[in-house]
Design a protein around this ligand. Structure first.
Ligand code: NAD
Length: 429
């Protein structure tokens, strides 16, 4: 895979070519597009921490703030050895689009630290998290930039960052204006987190599934719409749970060790229970076959739902996909090369920035609750999520139909246009 930031820029150029006719003032439009190709600001530095053995180690850290025309920057912080500046820049760009897709009032941001957190003790991890909060302290806040967990970061890590950020504000005499809980989302329930956040991404994807099925498979009863889901973690499990609850036939699921397939369908709750008891996916209720992660993607089903890793559908396997539709619940599971093959073969791909936007949308609800100091029940949170996801899908589908573009391109056109319009309203270009 080439430089992810170059990919993000290439996407902007593709979308710009389609949006250009809508903007009579070419100079303003070109200036907006040029600005979107780079983040507004990147905060970077080395986080120095004392290790348990007394030595000192440094870890490179970044926070990329891509665009805040529609509201404060928003996006996760990942702790991973593979983090690069270009990756963080690209991810912050995609967050700008993701927030615009469901029209939540945020721009895009992303953070990262080059570290393998499994090699740190809990104390070292806490020190690293606090050091990150200090690095970005003057650049994050409820109306500035609102970080969240991402790969290898947790509610506990957000709690440490909340606490450290508050300490910095108190030390500077700024604590009266500061709202630490509304500065980070993805927090545990005991420290200002939101009910419903855990299942929000998966459920949000199932709201999209319902809309998509009404467009593509309206003639089929739900129990004949077969769904294969790669990944059985937070996103994959809750997608499977709600799809099954609504009557869809979940025929395959997988995790990092491999997958299982049952012709007659699986009960995700029972499969999760089996995994808990036996340490691997399986079922006592259904007769299951084991299946590889690669074969799962190529099953003869209506819909494939990659919910684990990026770049799993590539130019190597795209031609073998038999499903009519793919819902990208993971970030970036389909490569640009695979996208072209899928489009030629008539496979509808619902882009990650729409399909998995239920997560950041519920983070937005968490922030709203923190700002008002008044907390909602789970049912209320999830009921608020539904219309935002459905409207995002419907608007995308209408534009796709009008323009005859792919679902991914229609999603990007909607999102990029909203950001350009906000920049123009502000008089930035
Ligand atoms: P998770 O760690 O809870 O689950 C990941 C799952 O993928 C696990 O079941 C794991 O066994 C499986 N997996 C790991 N390696 C695999 C492999 N080689 N083949 C098949 N499966 C493999 O993570 P998650 O929170 O469910 O996130 C999954 C994806 O969704 C990621 O791309 C993430 O960025 C994206 N995402 C998550 C959220 C969220 O709210 N959690 C929001 C938006 C996007």
């Amino acid at each position: 895979m080439n430089n992810p930031h170059e990919n993000a820029v290439k996407q902007i150029d593709e979308v710009a070519a389609l949006l250009a006719p809508l903007y009579p003032d070419k100079n303003r439009f070109d200036a907006a597009i040029a600005r979107l190709k780079n983040p507004d600001q990147i905060i970077e530095g080395k986080l120095q921490i004392t290790m348990d053995d007394g030595s000192t180690q440094e870890f490179q850290a970044y926070r990329s703030q891509h665009n805040n025309a529609r509201g404060p920057y928003k996006g996760g912080i990942r702790f991973h050895p593979g983090v690069t500046k270009e990756e963080v820049m690209a991810l912050s760009t995609w967050m700008t689009w993701k927030c615009a897709v469901t029209e939540i009032p945020y721009g895009g941001g992303k953070g990262g630290v080059v570290v393998d957190p499994r090699k740190l003790s809990s104390r070292e991890l806490q020190e690293l998290s606090r050091a990150f909060a200090r690095l970005v302290a003057d650049h994050v806040g409820p109306w500035v930039d609102v970080p969240a967990p991402d790969v290898n970061t947790t509610g506990e890590i957000m709690s440490w960052m909340v606490d450290e950020w508050q300490k910095v504000k108190i030390a500077k005499g700024e604590s009266l204006q500061a709202n630490p809980l509304a500065t980070f989302t993805g927090k545990p329930l005991g420290l200002g987190g939101s009910e419903g956040r855990e299942e929000a991404t998966g459920l949000g994807g199932v709201f999209v599934l319902e809309r998509l099925v009404a467009k593509l498979f309206s003639a089929k009863p739900k129990n004949e719409v077969r769904v294969a889901i790669q990944g059985f973690g937070n996103v994959g499990y809750w997608f499977a749970f709600h799809a099954h609850r609504l009557g869809y036939k979940v025929v395959a699921v997988s995790d990092s060790k491999g997958g299982i397939y049952a012709d007659g369908g699986l009960d995700p709750v029972e499969v999760a229970e089996y995994k808990k008891q036996n340490g691997k996916l399986g079922s006592v209720k259904a007769s299951v076959q084991t299946i590889t992660n690669e074969a799962l993607l190529e099953l003869p089903v209506e819909i494939v739902v990659p919910s684990a890793l990026e770049n799993v559908i590539t130019d190597q396997n795209a031609a073998q996909i038999k499903a009519k539709a793919i819902i990208e619940m993971a970030n970036g599971p389909v490569t640009p090369e695979a996208d072209q093959i899928l489009e030629k073969n008539g496979v509808t791909v619902i882009a990650d920035v729409l399909a998995n936007a239920g997560g950041v949308t519920t983070s937005y609800f968490e922030w709203v609750q923190n700002l008002q100091g008044y907390y909602w029940k789970k049912e209320e949170v999830l009921a608020k999520l539904q219309p935002l996801m459905e409207t995002a899908f419907d608007q995308m589908w209408e534009l796709k139909t009008q323009t005859n573009q792919s679902a991914r391109m229609a999603t990007y056109m909607k999102a990029v246009k909203r950001v350009i319009d906000a920049m123009m309203l502000r008089g930035w270009v």
